[in-house]
Design a protein around this ligand. Structure first.
Ligand code: BEZ
Length: 257
């Protein structure tokens, strides 16, 4: 789950402070309902927590991720499972899967048609694609404030960085249907997500996930920009003594026709 902008993932920090990403994904595994002996691809497996849950259900699962550091950590944590460094836009397997599963990954993939084409080709006819990703409006206050503050400081090209793709339900369903999927279930829902650090939750979140916005900005200039962004979103993202990401999720089940 890395970007075309070469986000460098800190897999340890991801596990320690941002593990809500995969803890929330347990619901998505329930929608997948993996069966004994099924062959399943976990696309954007990160550090392997959900891959392991899928394996525990008796499925034969392969986890792929674009980030070598994530895959290194996954392989160390779950040495009996099959993990590979592969990206959503270029993977290929000869043997088809019964299901492709993807949690909190596809909003990083700007070439969405290519990813959907690869997923379609990886499935057997009748196979299912179960996904959850950021949908339209996801973490919007953080994105808007980041662009605004970077612009105010004169970092115009940083402010224009295209890091994520948060489609509407209609837009993503249409892309799936165009490629030959039947969308059997789709939902676009709010999931306010409490961030771990009560003082600097937004700054921490941006450092983990949005560092590409700060490419080539000197370290000494980054902290004041982050302070301003965090303060800008306080009215919408801080409540009951905690910071929140105002996540909006897109959850879909689609069948290869
Ligand atoms: C998400 O899961 O919605 C997300 C995570 C990190 C950055 C952007 C979105």
């Amino acid at each position: 789950m890395t970007t075309t902008l070469d986000t460098k993932w800190n897999a340890g920090l991801y596990d320690d402070k941002h593990n809500f990403v995969f803890k929330f994904g347990e619901d998505v595994v329930q929608l997948l309902a993996p069966q004994q002996g099924e062959r399943i691809l976990d696309l954007g497996c990160g550090t392997g927590y959900l891959t392991n849950l899928i394996a525990q259900a008796g499925a034969r699962v392969i986890g792929i991720d674009h980030s070598a550091s994530m895959i290194g950590r996954a392989a160390a944590a779950y040495p009996d499972l099959d993990f590979r460094v592969l990206s959503a836009t270029s993977f290929h397997f000869d043997t088809p899967f019964d299901a492709v599963f993807s949690n909190a990954t596809l909003h990083w993939v700007l070439d969405k048609e290519q990813a959907i084409d690869n997923i379609y080709k990886a499935l057997r006819p009748g196979g299912r694609f179960i996904l959850e990703m950021g949908g339209k409006g996801n973490v919007e206050e953080i994105v808007v404030a980041t662009r605004k503050v970077l612009t105010r400081h004169g970092y115009y090209s940083n402010a224009a960085t295209q890091l994520w793709y948060f489609p509407s339900l209609g837009e993503y369903s249409t892309l799936l249907e165009k490629r030959g999927f039947r969308v059997r279930f789709a939902s676009h829902f709010d999931r306010p997500t409490q961030l771990q650090d009560t003082d600097n939750g937004i700054k921490d979140w941006i450092k983990m996930f949005g560092n590409a916005f700060f490419k080539d900005i000197p370290d000494s200039a980054i902290e004041p920009v982050l302070d301003e962004i965090q303060e800008a979103v306080r009215p919408t993202n801080f409540r009951n003594h905690n910071w929140y990401g105002n996540y909006k999720r897109l959850r879909i089940e689609a069948i290869k026709q």
